[in-house]
Design a protein around this ligand. Structure first.
Ligand SMILES: [Zn+2]
Length: 244
């Protein structure tokens, strides 16, 4: 195996490890998204319940207003029976009529409030049903995420051990400079090792490399069997190791 093939092998293992690490990193985010979704439905449910309460309070208040207005017009009607003057009789009649009209308005409002209570209660039921359904599905999803997290973490330990073993196996004294370069760069840039395309552009940063650099890469390919004669050929712009 040439040093390039060895580096590619190590890099392939690192790619799998990085993918799993990303999954481990993403799981809490996914969990948070699900939790936020449930919280949102919970807020909606609270809001719907509050609507019912608001309309119920209004209905109770309106019922009180109605009986007060009824009592008021009854009182005016009673007073009317005992007044002497025609003027007073007429004035009480107007007051009684005003109270009656106000009561009719309140009764109409009460009817609307009751309809609104029914609608709001219906809405509570709908949101409750959604909550039930969603919370069950989120629960099972979160459980699967927990399982997945444990699996991935175990897998990572295994892969990391295998990867370290590979790196030890390949890092012979003559290859050491390539591997130490790789190890250093892979902490911030990945993939580290890239094959130059026909356009001689670095696939990592897309900059076209100068002909001398391309020649170095071609020379390395010819010297692949004798790593001591090879040079570390890296992209001038992003530092990736390049090969032809
Ligand atoms: Zn580059």
């Amino acid at each position: 195996m040439t040093v390039i093939e060895q580096l590619l092998d190590l890099q392939a293992q690192d790619a799998v490890i990085r993918d799993l690490e990303r999954q481990v990193h993403d799981i809490p985010k996914r969990r948070k998204l699900e939790q936020d979704r449930l919280d949102e439905i919970q807020r909606e449910l609270r809001h719907a319940t509050e609507s019912v309460e608001t309309y119920e309070k209004r209905a109770v208040q309106t019922e009180l207003d109605i009986s007060e207005l009824q009592a008021l017009s009854d009182k005016y009607e009673r007073q009317r029976q005992s007044v002497q003057s025609q003027q007073e009789f007429a004035a009480l009649g107007r007051q009684s009529e005003a109270a009656r009209r106000a009561r009719v308005e309140k009764e109409e409002f009460l009817e609307k409030a009751r309809a609104a209570i029914d609608t709001a209660k219906e809405n509570v039921k709908i949101v409750e049903a959604r909550w039930q359904e969603e919370s069950a599905s989120v629960e099972s999803y979160l459980a699967s995420l927990r399982t997945r997290l444990v699996e991935v973490q175990h897998k990572l330990v295994e892969l990391q051990a295998a990867r370290d073993e590979t790196a030890r196996k390949y890092a012979s004294p003559e290859n050491a400079r390539f591997f130490s370069y790789y190890e250093r760069l892979c902490k911030k840039t990945f993939p580290v090792l890239v094959r130059l395309g026909a356009d001689n552009a670095c696939p990592g940063c897309h900059m076209v490399l100068p002909p001398s650099k391309v020649q170095d890469a071609q020379r390395n390919a010819k010297l692949a069997a004798t790593p001591t004669k090879m040079n570390v050929v890296a992209c001038d712009y992003c530092g990736r190791l390049v090969f032809k």
